[in-house]
Design a protein around this ligand. Sequence first.
Ligand SMILES: Cc1cc2nc3c(=O)[nH]c(=O)nc-3n(C[C@H](O)[C@H](O)[C@H](O)COP(=O)(O)O)c2cc1C
Length: 330
Amino acid sequence: MELQTDYMGLKLKNPIVASACPLTKDLDRVKEMEESGVAGIILPSLFEEEISYDQHAMDQFLNYSTHSVGSEATSFFPEPENFKNFEGEEYLESLRRIKASVGIPIIGSLNGSTAGGWVKYAKLIQEAGADALELNIFFIPTEVNLTGAEVENRYVEILKLVKAQVSIPVAIKMTPFFSSIGNMAKRFDDAGANGLVLFNRFQGPDFDLDKLEAAMKPSFSTHSDIRLPLHWTAILFGKVKASLAATRGIKSGIDVLKMIMAGADATMITSLFYQEGVYCASRIIKEMTHWMEEHEYQSIRQMKGSMSYIHVADKSAFVRANYMKMLRAI
Ligand SMILES: Cc1cc2nc3c(=O)[nH]c(=O)nc-3n(C[C@H](O)[C@H](O)[C@H](O)COP(=O)(O)O)c2cc1C
């Protein structure tokens, strides 16, 4: 059975990629994932705030020194551009360590929301040995006067800045909260994105009524979360040059095959590693090969996009008509 797939030019032995989360920074967990068949790893995100925090502290220190003891004092301290960022350094070090210890492709991840100096970490991540980079632009437009067009331009601008830093492939992990997902996919494609990851799973705050506070509590996906990326992978297949990766709610080999038939080049999993353990990939691979054997498929390549919007005869399942039919059938 040929399970190999090509994601943004990376050769993966099968479509299963461990998506960004703290587990993928832990070398022992990563080795276990590789042993169980995981074909690629995305490191947890390095956040803009983590990169900027130390830089900001240094800038403040330099300003303080200038005002309090005269400008010569600053010459005792490193230039801001030589100043080591501790979070960033630790990130690069664990990337180097993981890259040196496993044979599967390693993808770095940057998470930010402004067109700022933090994007230089894209280059440092490349230099530390990453095979590719995933960019997660996570911006919550709470200002009601900000237009959709302004928000969209900001996303594209950040992507272009990151692309200008590196020669490795760059994927953008998309939010589904654009009014025209297809048009944004095309704009990212035109701006040089090598991959589109559908979709980032937004974790909104919960309310703690005893403390009268909004609190962030991480939650894991459920199986029904698969529907949104399945739908949009199927719609976008064949309409963009970028590779497609599907993530959210994948729990079984059948789920992986559905995403492949929708048009995904790679399928990305996080919650299941926490819910079932890092060895779940071997079960998923068994389920995939079993189904493929039973249905006489020889390769993933053969299946890719076979149930996408451009390939299915009855397109009603992808649009309004099907929703109406479903509600009437209840
Ligand atoms: C505990 C946890 C940590 C995560 N950390 C990150 C992160 O650092 N960067 C990122 O882009 N996504 C992060 N994610 C999102 C996952 O990479 C993934 O896209 C999402 O959970 C959907 O996949 P799933 O349904 O298999 O969980 C995290 C998710 C979880 C549950």
